[in-house]
Design a protein around this ligand. Structure first.
Ligand code: PLP
Length: 384
């Protein structure tokens, strides 16, 4: 397909924002090591510290709490490798969180979600009571990990309420705000969690950069040891250009927070309306919950997601089959399973996710391409 492409897969990775590109290009010419005392080193240091301020603003946290990492996966692994005796994770966490929790060796408890994908606050409270009561664990030995918004469905968790429950037991809270960043105010600005993890490439920064925002005093074990970079919290010479790009993307996300969510929600709602015109029996998963402004997960029973995504791609539209963070996998989504979504619907779930460069034209092209998906379904039925 040689015509214009429509990219609607921002939850997998967003195109680089022009501001991030410009910041990276000028940082690439800085050749100093940020730990060196000479002028070249100091310029690299200033670039990193300026980006740290931007990340602090995005997360509603002081800049000193920001630790730059290679991505959200590393940031989550750092928190989850801590000396916890029990880790509670919601059933809809990203694999980066669930896999790291399982590797810790601590007792891992999966907290269920309801049919909308919302964490059951009472189940969380009961588990915390059990751990501190019968098992006699101290609050500070327990980590609770709950994402702010889901990458597949866009469903937003009631983080303030969860933070109350966790704080009530003196346990620690980690919030994966990767998908929330730039779309809603980050949990850190409501009731600050102990840890927030962020990813650069989801907000229009470069791949390979992320941040862990660790509240002063929250326990922290370095994952990488060596030099004293990041105040001893993450060793290794800093990737100045990537950090500069991440900082610029964060600044743009903060700047646009007052207007961009409304614009995206309008486009997303229009997309859902137009898709439903093409196929009225389409299901929108998680629609009754509060969702991110940019995400829709839709399913046409009888049109398997992998086939649908290929048909869309051939028509010039990039979308993804359910959880496309690790694209290519065709296994049933654990997120949709946890929500109790029927298999017939779950295996047909296609995610469209919009972002800073999305326009109404993209919506129209996606809706037009969706007709192909409906036709595939028709022919699949005739064959069957
Ligand atoms: N958490 C969520 C909710 C995600 O969507 C992703 C995406 O891959 C990650 C964590 C991991 O982020 P990164 O690619 O920066 O390691």
């Amino acid at each position: 397909m040689n015509g214009p492409r429509t990219y609607l897969d921002y939850n997998a990775t967003a195109p680089l924002r022009p501001e991030a590109r410009a910041a990276m290009l000028s940082a690439l010419d800085l050749h100093g090591n940020a730990s060196s005392v000479h002028a070249e080193g100091r310029r690299a240091r200033q670039t990193i510290e300026a980006a740290r301020v931007e990340l602090g603003r995005l997360a509603g946290a002081p800049a000193r709490d920001v630790i730059f990492t290679s991505g959200a996966t590393e940031a989550a692994n750092q928190v989850l490798s801590g000396p916890w005796r029990a880790i509670l994770v919601s059933a809809v966490e990203h694999p980066a969180v669930i896999a790291a929790a399982k590797r810790n060796g601590a007792e891992v408890i999966v907290v269920p979600v309801d049919h909308l994908g919302l964490v059951a606050g009472d189940a969380l409270a009961t588990q915390l009571d059990r751990l501190s009561g019968a098992q006699g664990l101290r609050g500070e030995d327990i980590l609770v990990a709950v994402q702010q918004a889901n990458n597949e469905t866009g469903v937003v968790q009631p983080i303030a309420e969860i933070a109350e429950i966790v704080a009530g037991q003196g346990a620690r809270l980690m919030v994966d705000a990767v998908q929330a960043a730039g779309r809603i105010a980050i949990a850190a600005s409501e009731r600050r969690p102990d840890y927030v993890v962020l990813s650069s490439h989801k907000i229009g920064g470069p791949l390979g950069a992320g941040a862990l925002i660790a509240r002063e005093g929250a326990p922290l074990t370095p994952l990488l040891t060596g030099g004293g970079q990041e105040r001893g919290r993450r060793a290794g010479t800093e990737n100045v250009a990537a950090i500069a790009g991440f900082g610029a993307a964060a600044a743009a996300a903060v700047r646009d927070l007052a207007t961009e969510p409304m614009r995206l929600e309008h486009l997303r709602d229009r997309l859902e309306t137009e898709l439903a015109v093409a196929a009225p029996d389409m299901v929108v998963i998680g629609r009754q919950a509060q969702r991110l402004c940019n995400t829709t997960l839709v399913a046409l029973a009888g049109a398997p997601a992998e086939t649908a995504v290929i048909a869309l791609d051939l028509a010039g539209v990039a979308a993804s089959a359910g959880a496309a963070c690790s694209s290519g996998k065709t296994a049933r989504s654990p997120v949709l399973a946890a929500m109790g979504i029927d298999d017939d619907i779950a295996r047909c779930a296609v995610r469209f996710s919009l972002g800073w460069a999305s326009k109404m034209d993209d919506v129209s092209r996606a809706a037009e391409a969706w007709q192909r998906v409906d036709r595939i379904r028709g022919s699949a039925r005739q064959v069957a």
